[in-house]
Design a protein around this ligand. Structure first.
Ligand code: FAD
Length: 395
């Protein structure tokens, strides 16, 4: 009998792990991928969809090639919990899927009540769009309905959250849409629980250059602390003020997808401690966790990171199950952001494991004042990256 690997979660981390194990073991390992949804819309580049730079179909992918080209059994369903003793995944319908090694990559869950007044129902009025799909389309339709002079309010998330520059790239795309339609009396106000944010200097320079007077960012020393939202009134209240928006985008605090807590793999942070050399869960030697659900040291929560971690987990698992060679782990990440047409910026790093954590070894960031040709080249690099990584994830 072939050894069995089960992967829960068909996103950037899970689908990459499944594909690499199936591809590199050339059928010697039986790989099953359990995913709740029949297709996957990427959060990455969803801001470009909001800005009108991509269409929705171009950011939506299916699992067809993973099944047909690599022989992966794709199960469309929700995993409920893990019976670690029996080494079985327990599905929501009660059925059980046995494994020799389990990979879990459930992404994040939103902590709804981290913003008082916010809830899953409220998200139908004040979309988060921090999980892509119908939420992304809802946000786009509300953005496209803005009239001149109406305000957009964004409640930014506290650390740690997926895609550190994501909220600020999104604000840039909001501004791009308003400016393109001549709605320059409208404002975008970002209410942030953090005193500073990723690529702040680059974003603020870009907002001043491309969208003068349109994007305002308020840290806690200005608003005094976020006290709640009122979906019916369309307001966000803070200690010092009330903000009203025709569109309110609330991005709440985040924790690992529920199944890893249910399986007993998380610590008090709500995320999963892993072995930096292998992405193996510290709580169970037969379970690996990759992507946003992990505590990955210096690595940010990104699709690039998840894909990079997945390759380390896949190599380790294949080595254990088929005696193939295992090389020392290394990791990489780059996060690109688009500020305005052809004005792309990036931040990134290489990483290596230490006993303590995944630690960054070298890093780079775009500089303020760069010329237009370099910024255009940076944007074009991101387009190449998207095409490459989605092939690497979905085949
Ligand atoms: P996900 O990709 O979220 O995949 C998790 C999957 O698991 C989902 O498909 C879910 O349905 C499934 N699942 C969860 N629980 C279960 C269960 N119990 N049973 C079955 N299935 C389950 N990253 C970048 O690298 N570059 C970017 O430019 C970028 N831009 C972003 C912009 C925005 C607006 C946002 C929100 C994020 C962005 N990211 C970007 C971050 C990136 O989307 C995430 O870091 C990445 O998707 C994490 O991958 P993952 O595999 O951990 O989780």
């Amino acid at each position: 009998d072939r050894p069995k690997v089960v992967v829960i979660g068909g996103g950037a981390g899970g689908a990459t792990t499944a594909r690499y194990i199936a591809k590199d073991s050339e059928g010697a390992v039986d790989v099953t991928l359990i995913e709740a949804n029949p297709q996957y819309t990427t959060c990455f580049f969803s801001n470009l969809y909001l800005g009108g730079f991509r269409d929705f179909d171009s950011i939506t992918h299916t699992y067809d090639k993973l099944a047909s080209n690599y022989g992966i059994s794709v199960v469309n369903g929700m995993a409920d919990t893990v019976d670690r003793e029996a080494k079985e995944v327990v599905m929501a319908d009660g059925s059980r899927v046995p494994y020799d090694r389990l990979v879990i990559a459930p992404g994040i869950d939103l902590i709804w009540d981290s913003v008082p007044g916010y809830s899953e129902e409220a998200a139908e009025i004040m979309p988060h769009s921090w999980k892509a799909g119908p939420q992304t389309q809802l946000l786009k339709s509300k953005l496209d309905a803005i009239e001149n002079g109406q305000q957009i309010i964004m409640v930014a998330p506290p650390n740690p959250y997926r895609c550190p520059p994501g909220p600020y790239e999104r604000a840039s795309m909001f501004a791009h849409v308003l400016k393109s339609k001549g709605l320059t009396d409208s404002k975008i106000i970002i209410i942030d629980p953090k005193p500073k944010f990723s690529k702040q200097g680059l974003f603020q320079e870009g907002w001043e250059k491309h969208y003068p007077g349109m994007v305002e960012w308020y840290g806690p020393d200005v608003h005094g602390g976020i006290t709640g939202v009122d979906p019916a009134a369309g307001t966000v209240t803070t200690d010092l003020d009330t903000f009203k928006g025709a569109l309110v985008n609330v991005i709440p605090a985040q924790r690992a997808g529920a199944i890893v807590a249910k399986a007993g793999l998380t610590d008090d942070s709500g995320f999963v401690p892993i072995d930096p050399y292998s992405m193996r869960s510290k709580a169970d030697e037969n379970i690996f966790v990759v992507g946003d659900a992990t505590i990955a040291g210096d690595m940010p929560k990104s699709a690039f990171s998840a894909n990079s971690q997945a390759k380390v987990a896949a190599m380790t698992i294949r080595g254990e199950l088929t005696d193939s060679k295992v090389f020392p782990a290394k990791y990489a990440n780059t996060c690109w952001s688009l500020i305005e047409t052809d004005d792309g910026v990036k931040v990134g790093a290489q990483y290596a494991p230490t006993d303590e954590k995944i630690a960054s070894t070298t890093s780079f960031i775009s500089q303020t004042g760069e010329d237009g040709a370099l910024r255009k080249a940076t944007y074009e690099e991101s387009i190449g990256w998207y095409a490459g990584i989605t092939n690497d994830i979905f085949g």
